[in-house]
Write a protein that binds this ligand. Structure first.
Ligand code: G6P
Length: 593
């Protein structure tokens, strides 16, 4: 995944503006970057490998009113300066940056090579550039050339083009694209997300798949349908995102700041519109089956939400991983409902499922944190986390927010909405107390020091805690680059017991009375083989080697159990000297398959 940013307006520091915008998008990819500015009927281009967040200033960048920029997460072609975007046309008359993957790129490239085109990079992006060049020979205008070239691509792609005469064009088919407008200053922004221009724009246009934008030299926006080239009327929406400043507010890392925002995000869930929740709960009760579908951390949130919908809502709710739903396409029914939790609302694996499901008449609900996302727009029942921007690539507060919302939804289906609200309010106080108590941090730091010397870390959980331990595993892997493995406590004896030996660390959640005895049995099994048991529990026991005390939060206990695991992951990354807010190789938003 990559981030795209563009600016056109009266400010002569367009290059600096896109550089700042790009820094807000670097969660989308941070292996290389590029900035192109248009001035004096020419395009000045600078690209490099490395993180855009490390770049304060670009030497020799000329003043200009128009610029585009790109931050890359390499997919086709290695991390090199030549492969960084934007890519220039052979005659230098335009540059182009892309977010996506051209699936038929080898075939297209072969055709272009046969026609005598040459390539300076290994990317699929340059194929789009050459296709536009080819079209420009036939069509005089850029709109037609871009449309025709774009129609030859398969896969999910969004491109932005800057011409040397100063127009910006952008086309979307899959990856996100939003336009921000400052109606006071006549400035236009184009970006992969709304947060990146939130402090500057007062209105926005969410560009849909199959649409194209042109910003001309009077800063006028024209929208086209990609298929026909027809111009259509667009509507400006007011910017609701408040993100005047996105900073660490005194914390060393966004991850720590965002974990500390958990009590706030829980209160945001409590403040959700009750009527919309009731309406969705009724729809779920009428549904044949509820599929909860997400990827990565949102896939684990899906598991927990489906668990709550079964436990409290008594619904036929199953959870699936976005990338692995194909075998269900045939059995989706019009009276099924899909519920999609997603931080970004742009995850390609999940969007593909939603597109298939929509064709079958399946209704869609979603719980998303990023305003203006495609999933929100595809939803019949759209809900927002309202958790505020989550900048750390590792998701923490949004995961907690989504499972808390799932719990409240299940309680609403159960007819116990008020009880759900009260329980979440209590949880928010308990989590605040946990985070404020420095002894907890000291104990988790000590635990992280111990774990930093281990190669393998196991986690055990059952019932309401299994998905939580899985999410703890994800956080430990992302933060420490160590091998971690979460196992359903009851399944241990079937295979993973063979891995238990002297000194193996096993983190166990022992916080549920319904299944406590089963979990204690598992503890005994691993201790017998020499494992070192780290228990997240409400009471000290002599069969724990290390005790992490937590307060009992009743029905919402599992939601709070993620906090010590997130903090342990944070302290592990800190101890190991890893990049906490940007772990290696992963991107926050995965808009390609
Ligand atoms: C990426 C991120 C994960 C995230 C997943 C789904 O893999 O690294 O943290 O859970 O995408 O993203 P979504 O935006 O749908 O929640």
């Amino acid at each position: 995944m990559c981030g795209i940013f563009g600016y056109k307006g009266p400010n002569a520091k367009a290059g600096q503006i896109v550089l700042e915008g790009l820094k807000r998008l670097d969660y989308r990819g941070y292996d290389s970057w590029g900035v192109a500015v248009q001035c004096l009927d020419n395009i000045w281009l600078r690209k490099d490998i490395g993180k855009i967040s490390d770049v304060d200033h670009i030497a020799d960048m000329p003043d200009a009113h128009t610029a585009i920029a790109h931050t890359r997460w390499a997919t086709t072609g290695g991390v090199t300066r030549a492969n960084a975007h934007p890519h220039a046309s052979t005659d230098g008359s335009f540059v182009l940056a892309q977010n996506g993957i051209v699936e038929n790129f080898s075939e297209l490239k072969q055709g272009l090579l046969t026609k005598g085109y040459t390539f300076v990079s290994e990317t699929d992006t340059e194929v789009i550039v050459r296709l536009i060049e080819e079209e420009l020979k036939l069509n005089t205008d850029f709109v037609s050339a871009i449309r025709h070239a774009f129609s030859k691509l398969t896969g999910r792609n969004t491109i932005i083009v800057l011409t040397k005469s100063g127009e910006i064009y952008a086309a979307r088919n899959g990856s996100p694209l939003v336009v921000g407008v400052n109606t006071q200053t006549n400035e236009v922004y184009l970006s992969s997300d709304t947060l990146s221009f939130a402090p500057y724009a007062d209105q926005m246009i969410v560009v849909d798949n199959g649409q194209m934008v042109k910003v001309d030299n009077t800063n006028t926006i024209t929208m086209f349908t990609l298929a026909t080239g027809e111009v259509f009327e667009y509507t400006l929406e007011a910017m609701t995102v408040k993100a005047d400043k996105i900073d660490k507010e005194g914390y060393d890392h966004f991850m720590m700041k965002e974990i500390h925002e958990t009590p706030y995000v829980l209160r945001q869930i409590v403040a959700q519109d009750a009527q919309s929740l009731q309406a969705f709960a009724h729809a779920l009760q009428r549904a044949h089956r509820v599929y909860v579908i997400g990827s990565g951390t949102a896939g684990i949130a899906s598991y927990q939400i489906a668990f709550y919908l079964r436990l409290y809502g008594k619904l036929d709710a199953v959870s699936l991983i976005g990338a692995d739903v194909q075998s269900y396409y045939e059995i989706f029914q019009p009276d099924d409902i899909i519920l999609a939790p997603s931080q970004s609302g742009e995850t390609a694996d999940v969007i593909e499922v939603l597109e298939h499901a929509k064709e079958k008449g399946v209704q869609i609900g979603s719980i998303i944190n990023m305003p203006g996302s495609i999933m929100t727009r595809m939803s019949d029942y759209p809900f927002m986390c309202n958790a505020g921007p989550e900048i750390c690539v590792m998701s923490t507060k949004v995961f907690t927010s989504q499972i808390a919302w799932g719990y409240l939804l299940a309680k609403t289906v159960q007819g116990k909405y008020e009880e759900g609200i009260q329980n979440l309010q209590t949880l928010s106080v308990i989590v605040q107390r946990y985070l404020d108590n420095q002894n907890n941090h000291k104990a988790l730091k000590a635990l992280a020091n111990y774990l930093s010397k281990k190669e393998h870390i196991f986690l055990l959980g059952k019932y309401q805690n299994f998905a939580i331990m899985q999410e703890g595993m994800v956080k430990i892997i992302e933060a420490s680059y160590k091998h971690a493995h979460a196992i359903p406590a009851g399944d241990l004896k079937h295979y993973a017991i063979t891995l238990m030996e002297q000194g193996i660390p096993v983190i166990v959640a022992v916080s549920d009375d319904v299944v406590k005895n089963d979990v204690i049995t598992a503890i005994n099994e691993v201790r017998l083989r020499g494992a070192y048991v780290i228990a997240i529990a409400h009471k000290q026991e002599d069969y724990y080697d290390y005790y992490i005390p937590t307060e009992d939060a009743g029905e919402t206990d599992a939601i709070g159990t993620i906090i010590p695991l997130q903090l342990t992951a944070y302290y592990l990354a800190l101890k190991l000297g890893n990049n906490i807010d940007k772990p290696r190789n992963i991107a926050k938003s995965v808009t390609v398959k």
